[in-house]
Ligand binder design. Structure first.
Ligand SMILES: Nc1ncnc2c1ncn2[C@@H]1O[C@H](COP(=O)(O)OP(=O)(O)OP(=O)(O)O)[C@@H](O)[C@H]1O
Length: 255
């Protein structure tokens, strides 16, 4: 695993690679093609936003890239390891060790404190946290003083930051975020996006984020656009929210 991480750090192996990934679902005798031959990759130490109209395949792409869902055809590689060669147990281990997840609804355990939520992945992996590991993780997301608070005692933005600390505790190669600001107001969204950006810029974290919001996508290095399960366009996040919104509007008008 260390060799893989070193290779990734040197840029030799992309943390995530999709090769002609297709995902079809059979529903009531009909087939829905959610992803249609998507080939792309996400470079180490970059933030990518995945956008597209509703039903264009964004969540399916994220789930296939993260090994939560299996492609019907094509291949996903995480740090050079092809997921289709792994059985469920190996896939679970790889997900646990190499990937972090953040969801729109935070998904914190309500009966546990912030600190207990953050250390949960380590406990599930059968090890306790090293001294200061949890407090360092909470410090990194600006919540060192909220370790003993339960989710109900935290704002939405704070809960999402706890979720980010929890996702990072196992030092994942990739952080996947599915609408991480979808349930937050503008101010809290901005804080969470600034934090994600900081993790990329300071720690070299790789982030892949699905979002509907051009203002969120503008924090990314790269915005990839999906339509009908296909990768149809991409632009730099640096082009700004307005340019991204215009491109999205054109896509929606055409579809
Ligand atoms: N488990 C499933 N079973 C059947 N069809 C599915 C399943 N998951 C997704 N789909 C279909 O695949 C297509 C893509 O869905 P997906 O959720 O990936 O889109 P999305 O771009 O994330 O949409 P939204 O922005 O509305 O969340 C849709 O037509 C959807 O109905």
């Amino acid at each position: 695993m260390t060799t893989t991480r070193n290779a990734e750090a040197a840029g030799a192996v992309r943390p995530v690679e999709l090769r002609a990934v297709t995902r079809r679902y059979a529903v009531g005798g009909q087939t829905v093609t959610a992803l249609d031959g998507v080939t792309t990759g996400f470079d180490a130490g970059t933030m990518t936003a995945v956008m597209g109209p509703s039903g264009s395949g964004k969540s399916t792409l994220l789930h296939c890239a993260a090994g939560i869902d299996r492609p019907t055809a094509g291949q996903v590689l995480i740090g050079g390891t092809a997921l289709d060669g792994l059985d469920e147990h190996a896939l679970t281990l790889l997900r646990r060790e190499r990937m972090g997840f953040v969801f729109q609804a935070f998904n914190l355990v309500s009966a546990l404190t912030a600190a207990q939520n953050v250390e949960l992945p380590l406990r599930l992996a059968g090890r306790g946290p090293a001294p200061d590991e949890v407090s360092a993780a909470l410090h990194r997301v600006g919540l060192a003083d909220r370790a003993g608070h339960r989710p109900s005692q935290l704002s939405g933005g704070q809960q999402q930051r706890v979720a980010i600390a929890r996702a990072l505790i196992s030092r994942p190669a990739v952080l996947f975020a599915d609408e991480p600001t979808g349930a937050l107001d503008t101010g809290a969204s901005r804080e969470v996006l600034r934090l994600l950006r900081e993790l990329v810029d300071r720690n070299g974290q790789t982030v892949v984020m699905v979002t509907h919001a051009p203002a969120a996508a503008a924090h990314a290095d790269r915005v990839v656009l999906l339509n009908d399960g296909r990768l149809v366009d991409e632009l730099p996040g640096g082009d700004g929210a307005e340019a991204i919104a215009r491109r999205m509007a054109a896509l929606e008008a055409a579809s």
